[in-house]
Design a protein around this ligand. Structure first.
Ligand code: KG4
Ligand code: ZN
Length: 338
């Protein structure tokens, strides 16, 4: 079964073709992040205007000559920016009606979880690749993106239970704001990771806190950490920016790992799946992998190109979670929850 997944919840416009929820036949991503770099963040109106222009070229590049082979269309109908969402949702509805193919609605955040089901290899997208194995249930899933930080228990496909989330800033948002404090460009995550990797000093005890690390719940908070970075940079002129970037990244990793492992222990999870733009962070991946290996839990991170918003992950989520909808009735929902 080939599903065409459409994603336009934030500043990316992406279409992916995925066979049987796993094999990526194509995945085209257009991003307006260069425009947002100028403003230090996503400007919704600017993003949506750009997406209107690129949706048809992105669709036609991803579909190539495969339009007639598509069995169903899938679209992320929320959460996200309302103007951006409309572009993907209306395009998917139109294609579904005209080609008389089923339409599946996907929660964007669930899409991030399913990025770990996608198969790829170094040379591109391979149908011949031997399956590396699916994450096994029960799963503890952590979604860390620019707008969200959520921890979920996934007992099976179509069975998601929200355990907790951020009380203030999302993880990616904290990366973006800290990057701005350090004078780095938007999006801040990759910039902080790059700068942190140049830090060569001794790193014993963090100069920064991991907020809520000892709280008895599955919630997070990052705004105090961001303030601590601000205070540290303005108080101590001598401290290297690379050390601050490293300490920040480490403080974030510690709390994300601690709460995910706490949930995994409580619910006897067999795997931990991390998704969302922040899952592209290799330091986070190394801490997660090391700590879950110690406890015999398998940890899955998506390939970096599937960590950011993309259509293939929406197609994969749709294959395993068949939320069929009437294309005449589907609407974008900017505050869609689990
Ligand atoms: O999932 P995503 O592409 O879009 C949303 O749904 O929000 O996530 C974007 C976020 C941004 O905040 C960006 O700074 C962060 O993901 N990000 C990273 C890295 N790459 C992207 N954060 C940390 N390390 C990275 N390498
Ligand atoms: Zn996202």
């Amino acid at each position: 079964m080939i599903i065409c997944g459409i994603e336009s919840t934030c500043d990316e416009t992406s279409v992916g073709l995925v066979k049987n929820g796993r094999y990526v036949l194509s995945n085209v991503i257009a991003s307006s992040s260069l425009m947002h770099e100028k403003y230090g963040g996503v400007v919704p109106e600017v993003a949506a205007r750009d997406q209107v222009k690129v949706i048809i070229p992105v669709l036609s590049e991803a579909l190539g000559s495969n339009l007639t082979k598509v069995d169903a269309f899938a679209v992320a109908n929320g959460p996200g920016l309302v103007g951006s969402l409309l572009i993907g949702v209306e395009s998917a509805k139109t294609l579904s009606i005209i080609l008389d193919k089923p339409l599946i609605a996907v929660n964007h955040l669930i899409g991030h979880i399913y990025a770990s089901w996608l198969a790829t290899d170094k040379s591109g997208y391979s149908l011949k690749l031997l399956p590396k194995g699916f994450p096994s249930f029960p799963i503890v899933a952590l979604v860390v993106s620019g707008g969200h930080t959520d921890l979920l228990l996934v007992k099976d496909h179509e069975d998601f239970k929200w355990l907790g989330g951020t009380l203030d800033d999302a993880t990616g948002e904290a990366f973006d704001k800290v990057a701005r404090i350090l004078g780095l460009k938007y999006p801040g995550g990759p910039e902080i990771e790059k700068l942190a990797s140049t830090y060569r000093g001794q790193f014993a005890n963090s100069k920064l806190p991991s907020p809520m690390i000892d709280s008895d719940d599955f919630d997070f908070s990052f705004s105090g950490l961001k303030t601590a970075v601000f205070n540290l940079t303005s108080r101590s002129k001598k401290i290297q920016k690379a050390e601050i970037a490293f300490a920040f990244q480490d403080a974030v990793a510690k709390v994300l790992v601690k709460k995910s492992l706490m949930a995994a222990a409580m619910f006897n999870a067999k795997s931990i799946v991390v998704g969302g733009g922040v899952a592209a962070n290799q330091y986070l991946k190394s801490v997660f992998t090391r700590e879950s290996d110690k406890r015999g839990i398998k940890c899955y991170f998506p390939d970096a190109k599937f960590a950011v918003d993309n259509g293939a992950m929406i197609a994969a989520a749709a294959y395993f979670n068949r939320n069929f909808v009437n294309p005449l009735k589907l609407s974008a929902n900017s505050s869609l929850h689990f």
